[in-house]
Design a binder for this molecule. Sequence first.
Ligand code: ATP
Ligand code: TZP
Ligand code: MG
Ligand code: MG
Length: 264
Amino acid sequence: MSYLAKVRESNPLIHNITNIVVANFSANGLLALGASPFMADAHEEVIDIAAMSSAVVLNIGTLNDYAIQSMLLAGKSANKHGVPLVLDPVGAGATSYRTAVTQKLVNEMQITALRGNVAEVANVIGESWSIKGVDAGEGEGDVVLLAEAAARKLSCVVIITGKDDVITNGKNTYIASNGHPILTKVTGTGCLLSAVVGAFLAVSGGASLEAAVEALSFYGVAAEIAAELTTGRGPGSFQVEFLNQLTWVTPEVFLERSSIKQLS
Ligand code: ATP
Ligand code: TZP
Ligand code: MG
Ligand code: MG
């Protein structure tokens, strides 16, 4: 059975500590996919919620000291209970505060999957790459080598997204090429993707790389179909149709359209 079918069958509870921009979109996207979102950051409850969840997703998009503490508590609880843990290091590198926070998070907990744009991932592992706010800037370097180095350094799956997506555990590397440029015109499509990766990891049974590859492919195919169905209308219509497609894309449809290449 595909991981997508498993998500829809088991309706995994996904604990999100995320930013104020995307909380609603992420919750709706997870619901549309077939998962069960739980957005919660109170120190009094995050340890318990992480422990009872099937995956925990940490996102530093609008970070502050309270949220960082929430993430440390939830992340350590996820580690203690064997719950897959995703980190989206939004804007790492944009300020020294963000860079320091992401580095503290990866040092104090074992991440299962790190998902960000190229600049964010570079800055998490102390490499420089220009960044403009929360969007990747121009940079020079080999994205595949960077992803593999990050995966080995952090002992986790690393997903670097952009026009093409790199997914690696440091040994095996895939390129997923589905998607559509209009994804860059809707805020939170990266953040929702990180939450969707969490839902796939929740049903992965430890096959994190395989589940992440399928998540990226599924997400890109849903975006392509939504873009086709809203051609000429714009990001508002696309956003609504994209949520629809997170529900309607079946394993058969995404397998037929998925474009994945294994590099090593
Ligand atoms: P950024 O802030 O740099 O936009 P992000 O966190 O929003 O980063 P993205 O890299 O935009 O994340 O990835 C979100 C989704 O959009 C992924 O599925 C990715 O494949 C897709 N995507 C991003 N840019 C393009 C593009 N030019 N063409 C096709 N798909 C894209
Ligand atoms: N500002 C702080 S977090 C955020 C913005 C615009 C959302 C970023 O979302 P994404 O998925 O990285 O585009
Ligand atoms: Mg984007
Ligand atoms: Mg992002």
